[in-house]
Design a protein around this ligand. Structure first.
Ligand SMILES: NC(=O)c1ccc[n+]([C@@H]2O[C@H](COP(=O)([O-])OP(=O)(O)OC[C@H]3O[C@@H](n4cnc5c(N)ncnc54)[C@H](OP(=O)(O)O)[C@@H]3O)[C@@H](O)[C@H]2O)c1
Length: 330
């Protein structure tokens, strides 16, 4: 069987420095497994964090990055009855999408509806499902299973893919939403939603006159700490799901607000505990959101895997608009 191209991480560091492209053998297919010929994989910030060694306690070297992508079933192992050659699937639950062929247990593969394009399918999982989990967590924490109408909710990194999805979902739910971004250029690109307020972060913290019932934060560091300390009402919730600043929220900020509930949300906790039916139901919601535009991701560009360094440079470019995808077949 011919070797295939893969991105390989053998040591931690800056992704640009430590990922190398390798031609790897395609292993024998074990019973219960399917082989997937990957058509498109996404580059998400959450793919890059494990490469830096941030989760070294639960990462085994060497590994192949990429938590999100779509492909076609190219081989079917013994005992697999739910998939056949040619089926289009999303493999969930492990990294490895940044390679031409991937093997996964069939129970971790999910069929992709025929009406979704390859690009839509390749961005239909990580960010949409994280958004759904964040909305569910907000409802849990705020004790408002009936809805989020009228609640004041701040969203940091609001120009990110998840930020935009949150803005759309929370506005539709009737929340009073404030988009918190770091530049005028990003503010200008936010969706035009009725009542949406915008605040810029910068040298000065946001004034204490602006208070929230909940903050959904992907930035952490000084920005997240100041918002936690200064801008949450007593009894409010600070829901963190990322640290784009690369810095955790200071303990002093957490200690200063014992009256606020602080929680960190991990998509992987849900994915690895929900069970197949719940994951299937969640994916169905994600696909619906892609169809109606709520979970649509703009695509900045698609690069062959052989040009991964260009793809990573584009991902990091300050003027990037949308997701960078990889085509692992070339
Ligand atoms: N907890 C989980 O399970 C989970 C799951 C998925 C994703 N995430 C996290 O969610 C976050 C967003 O992911 P995404 O895929 O939506 O991102 P994305 O679409 O790639 O957008 C990221 C954007 O955030 C902004 N940004 C970057 N650094 C920033 C900083 N220091 N301060 C403020 N804004 C900054 C930039 O936009 P501008 O240049 O326009 O400001 C950047 O384009 C990431 O932190 C990711 O790791 C977490």
């Amino acid at each position: 069987m011919a070797d295939h191209l893969a991105a390989l991480v053998a040591g931690y560091g800056r992704p640009e420095d430590v990922i190398r492209l390798a031609s790897l053998p395609r292993p024998e297919l074990q019973p219960g497994m399917v082989e997937i010929a990957v058509e498109r994989a996404a580059i998400n910030p959450s793919d890059l964090i494990p490469i830096t060694g941030a989760y070294s306690n639960r990462t085994v070297l060497p590994f192949i990055p990429g938590f999100e992508g779509v492909g076609i079933v190219s081989r079917v192992g013994a005992d697999v009855t739910d998939f056949k050659l040619g089926d289009r699937v999303l493999p969930l639950g492990a990294s490895g999408l940044w390679q031409a062929t991937l093997q996964r247990p069939s129970e971790w593969c999910f069929a992709v509806p025929a009406d979704l394009s390859t690009e839509q399918a390749a961005t239909a999982y990580v960010n949409p499902m994280t958004t759904l989990r964040l909305i569910a967590a907000l409802k849990d924490h705020l004790g408002s299973s009936s809805g989020l109408s009228g609640l004041r909710i701040g969203i940091t990194a609001a120009g990110s893919a998840i930020g935009r999805m949150l803005l759309l979902m929370l506005s539709a739910a009737g929340a009073e939403v404030t988009a918190i971004v770091r530049s005028e250029a990003t503010a200008a690109r936010l969706p035009a939603l009725p009542g949406l307020q915008t605040r810029l972060t910068g040298q000065q913290p946001i004034g204490k006159d602006m208070m929230f019932d909940a903050m959904v934060d992907a930035v952490g560091g000084v920005t997240g700490g100041a918002l936690l300390q200064n801008n949450l009402s007593a009894g409010g919730v600070f829901l963190q799901y990322g640290a784009l600043s690369g810095i955790p929220i200071a303990q002093s900020a957490l200690a200063a607000r014992p009256d606020v509930r602080f929680a960190f949300l991990w998509l992987r906790t849900f994915v690895h505990s929900a069970g197949r039916q719940a994951l299937s139901d969640a994916l169905a919601e994600c696909f619906d959101g892609v169809r109606d535009g709520t979970f649509a991701s703009e695509i900045a560009a698609t690069y062959p895997l052989s040009r991964l360094s260009d793809a990573l440079a584009h991902h990091h470019a300050p003027d990037r608009l949308g997701k960078v995808l990889i085509d692992p077949r070339c």
